[in-house]
Write a protein that binds this ligand. Structure first.
Ligand SMILES: Cc1cc2nc3c(=O)[nH]c(=O)nc-3n(C[C@H](O)[C@H](O)[C@H](O)COP(=O)(O)OP(=O)(O)OC[C@H]3O[C@@H](n4cnc5c(N)ncnc54)[C@H](O)[C@@H]3O)c2cc1C
Length: 433
């Protein structure tokens, strides 16, 4: 198909959701995807009989759009949990000063009359020496959870995040890939075509008329186009997946530059089953790996989690924010080495001892991935303004979508991608083109 009602650029969960909604409304769609696979930042695969996630993994709470879509396709979710453990200065820590100072933190955040960067907020309200460690923990939280730069991240957004009710978190059974498979199955019976390994380079558009050109110079035509590529790709001018628009939507592209797009490196470490039951680990961490959910540390790769409540011998490492950005050009060997030394530090083992208990290790450096160039969006002081621009389609012909365009508190999640995609599809369906 070289002609369709709508061309959708990107077969992540946003692009696939828009395709599904438009096909249900009777339109023909062409989804053009640069990678060899669908899913984008959802990347589920199998190894040694286990389901592994290189990208999105959790449903962060009782999120209506995600849970509804999973229910629609009969994909169950399993709550996660487990014990938490903090390792700092080579010791397992009993006390968590984030919790200790939480009341004061919330008090100052709720009194804020103007937005400011998280680091500005901390320096203003927690200036004294006794808070140095606490401030460092907050910065690490923002870097870790939001993959964000605390010097740019909005204090209002941080406050909203902390005020969110702490609901359960889940993993979809079979991983997020099960959701992709279900959508794909539905699209196979409709007026949709998905072109893989087709990187879009140029978009020519005028009211009701679109020509999209791929990296091989092949053209595709439609009445409308939706761009769902990640913010990192939209911000980039020179990479293999970067886009050129004719005419250039200047205000939209300027808005993109003022938003925040974080950085992340995720490492999956599959361990030998015998090691998983090792009593020495239990002695060191105070919990067996079967009981543990999360480990927070001051290791180079600081955050690790298990598959709790499942007892699969998998540890997942997570490095987010500016420290991940600094390592974006590191090769996978260097990152594997860093992951092994981080685990060695946390578990009090030598490098060689950790290597000996590893069955498989895989690095996902999303910052270096040309089709992502980062992690996911976070709110800066200018995000709200930027979204007002980006939410307005040009001539009812050029639309932007994706997780970053969702204005609610779940920006940066699968939920955000689905919700914004549904809004865009609804709007296109009623647009009259
Ligand atoms: C490591 C990691 C862990 C995460 N964990 C979670 C989690 O636990 N829970 C959660 O809810 N969210 C999580 N997220 C965020 C979540 O994955 C994203 O918010 C969501 O998947 C974004 O979907 P999207 O369709 O908007 O973008 P994407 O999935 O990035 O889709 C965009 C698509 O565009 C394609 N593309 C890019 N450039 C071009 C081009 N020039 N031509 C053609 N195609 C192009 C890309 O290949 C991609 O397939 C995580 C993200 C990462 C990176």
């Amino acid at each position: 198909m070289e002609k369709a009602d709508v061309i959708i650029i990107g077969a992540g969960i946003s692009g696939l959701t828009i395709a599904r909604q438009l096909c249900r409304a009777g339109q023909s769609v062409l989804v053009v995807e640069g990678r060899l696979r669908i899913g984008g930042r959802i990347h589920t695969f199998s190894k040694s009989g286990l389901t592994l996630e290189g990208g999105a993994e959790f449903v962060h709470g009782d999120l209506p759009a995600t849970l509804e879509m999973l229910r629609e396709y009969d994909i169950p979710c399993e709550p996660i949990g487990g014990e938490m453990c903090r390792v700092e200065h080579g010791q397992v820590q009993e006390q968590d000063d984030f919790v200790e100072h939480r009341d004061k933190l919330m008090e100052h955040l709720s009194e804020l009359k103007e937005d400011m960067a998280v680091t500005t907020f901390l320096d203003r309200y927690f200036p004294d020496e006794p808070y140095a460690v606490f401030k460092d923990h907050i910065r690490k939280y923002v870097e870790g959870y939001d993959a964000a730069d605390a010097a740019r991240a909005s204090a209002y957004a941080f406050r909203d995040e902390l005020n969110e009710p702490e609901g359960d978190q889940y993993r979809p059974e079979g991983g997020y890939g099960a959701l992709l498979d279900a959508i794909l199955f539905e699209l196979r019976g409709s007026q949709a075509e998905i072109l893989l390994s087709t990187t879009v380079k140029e978009i020519h558009w005028s009211a009701g008329k679109v020509k999209v050109t791929d990296a091989d110079g092949k053209n595709y035509h439609a009445r409308q186009v939706v761009v769902t590529v990640p913010l990192g790709v939209l911000m980039d001018k020179e990479g293999p997946a970067s886009l050129t628009f004719h005419p250039e939507p200047e205000a939209h592209l300027a808005a993109v530059q003022s938003m925040g797009f974080g950085h992340v490196i995720k490492v999956l470490v599959l361990l030998k089953p015998d090691f998983w039951k090792d009593t020495a680990v239990r002695k060191r961490l105070g919990q067996s790996l079967n009981e543990l959910g999360f480990i927070f540390s001051d290791a180079p790769i600081p955050t690790w989690w298990t598959q709790y409540p499942a007892t699969d011998p998998l540890l997942t490492g997570w490095l987010g924010g500016p420290p991940a950005a600094q390592l974006r050009y590191a090769d996978d060997d260097t990152l594997r080495h860093l992951a092994i030394s981080s685990l060695g530090y946390i578990l009090e083992m030598t490098h060689a001892e950790v290597e000996a208990v590893i069955e498989h290790i895989e690095v996902f450096n999303w910052c270096a991935d040309p089709y992502t160039l980062g992690a996911y969006a976070y709110k800066t002081l200018k995000t709200e303004q930027a979204l007002q621009v980006l939410h307005v389609p040009l001539e009812d012909t050029l639309y932007f979508a994706g997780e970053a365009l969702y204005a609610g508190p779940e920006m940066g999640t699968v939920e955000a991608a689905i919700r914004h995609a549904k809004d865009v599809a609804e709007r296109m369906h009623h647009s009259g083109r």
